[in-house]
Design a binder for this molecule. Structure first.
Ligand SMILES: [Zn+2]
Length: 301
C-alpha cells in the first residue's frame, strides 16, 4: 500500500471544483456588502455564513430568536465577521462555540459575549489565541480560491485571544426568545466539543463531529473511542433529529449519515474494512459523502 502525506490524504487538489456545493442549491442567497462570506437563508430566522473561498469551507450559523441571536462559530478571521453580522441582524449577538479549533474561534475576539464548554483546551485557546506560525496553514498555497479582501495583512495574521463569558454545560438550554437550543457535550474530535439541538426546527448543529468531507479523530486531544461514545449518545436520540447543520462544507444534511458514520467508525476501530494509509499511521476510511480519519494506535491492529 502506498503511504500518502497528510496533505495528500486530506486535501483533494482543485477542491474548489466541488463549489457551489449541493447543500446550498435550494437555499436563497442573501446579498451583503462583504465579498469574503457567502450568506444563505435556511429559514426566516436561520442564516448560514460560508467561507467558501478557503479550503476548510467554514460554516457559521446565525440563529435568531426574538430577544437575541446566537452566532455558532466564527471562522478563520480573514475578513470582518462582526461587520457582516451587524448588517444581517439588529439583535444582540453572542458567540456559541462548537469547540476551540482555530477555524471556529477566529473572530471571537470581536464579540463581547462568547460561550464555550469548560475544558483546559478551551481556556488555553481563549487565553493565548493562535499565534502566527500556527495559522499560516489557513493561507498555505492551494488553500484559497478567492482573494482575501483588504485590510487583511498576512504578516499580522493570527487569531487573537478572547474572553469566554459563559461556560456551557452538557444539557443546558439556551433561550434566544421564542426558540431554545440545547447544548450536548460531544467529545471525540475535540474534548470541549458541543453540538446544539433545537426541538422546534429539529436542527442538529454538529460542529466537526459530522460534515461532508474528511472528519478527524487523529488530531491532538481527538479520541476514536470517545467519538464512538458520542455517536452512541446521539443515536439514542436519532428519531428526534431532523436536518444536520455542520460547521464545514454543506449545511442541511439528512441525518441518515449519523448511522453511516457510526458504522464506519466502529469498523475502523476494529481494524476492519479498507482504508487509505497516510504518514504516521493515519488511516482514511471512506463513507458516502464523507470520510473518517483515524490516527496511529486508534484501531485494533
Ligand atoms: Zn473545524
Amino acid at each position: 500500500m502506498t503511504t500518502k502525506t497528510e496533505n495528500e490524504l486530506i486535501r483533494p487538489l482543485n477542491w474548489w471544483n466541488a463549489l457551489p456545493r449541493e447543500g446550498y442549491r435550494s437555499l436563497e442567497r442573501i446579498s451583503t456588502n462583504q465579498s469574503w462570506y457567502s450568506v444563505y437563508r435556511i429559514d426566516p430566522q436561520t442564516l448560514v455564513i460560508s467561507e467558501d473561498g478557503q479550503f476548510d469551507e467554514n460554516v457559521s450559523y446565525l440563529v435568531m430568536g426574538e430577544k437575541r441571536a446566537a452566532l455558532i462559530d466564527t471562522g478563520d478571521n480573514l475578513a470582518d465577521l462582526r461587520e457582516l453580522v451587524r448588517g444581517l441582524t439588529s439583535l444582540p449577538v453572542f458567540v456559541l462555540n462548537t469547540h476551540r479549533h482555530l477555524d471556529h474561534i477566529g473572530a471571537n475576539y470581536l464579540f463581547d459575549e462568547v460561550w464555550a464548554f469548560d475544558h483546559r483546551v478551551s481556556r488555553e485557546a481563549a487565553a493565548l489565541g493562535v499565534p502566527q506560525p500556527h495559522v499560516l496553514e489557513v493561507i498555505q498555497p492551494g488553500s484559497l480560491c478567492k482573494e482575501i479582501p483588504a485590510p487583511f495583512y498576512e504578516k499580522a495574521y493570527c487569531i487573537p485571544p478572547y474572553r469566554i463569558t459563559h461556560w456551557v454545560r452538557d444539557g443546558e438550554t439556551i433561550d434566544l426568545g421564542g426558540r431554545t437550543l440545547e447544548a450536548i457535550h460531544t467529545p471525540g474530535h475535540s474534548p470541549d466539543h458541543l453540538c446544539f439541538y433545537e426541538g422546534r426546527t429539529r436542527y442538529l448543529w454538529t460542529g466537526d463531529i459530522f460534515y461532508t468531507g474528511c472528519v478527524y479523530t487523529h488530531l491532538p486531544w481527538g479520541d476514536l473511542d470517545v467519538f464512538l461514545r458520542t455517536y452512541e449518545k446521539l443515536l439514542e436520540r436519532y428519531d428526534e433529529f431532523g436536518l444536520l447543520m455542520p460547521s464545514h462544507n454543506d449545511p442541511c444534511i439528512d441525518k441518515s449519515v449519523l448511522r453511516e458514520m457510526h458504522a464506519l467508525a466502529l469498523q475502523a476501530r476494529r481494524g476492519e474494512g479498507t482504508y487509505e494509509a497516510g504518514e504516521g499511521g493515519m488511516r482514511k476510511y471512506r463513507g458516502s459523502c464523507f470520510s473518517l480519519v483515524i490516527g496511529e494506535k486508534q484501531a485494533d491492529r
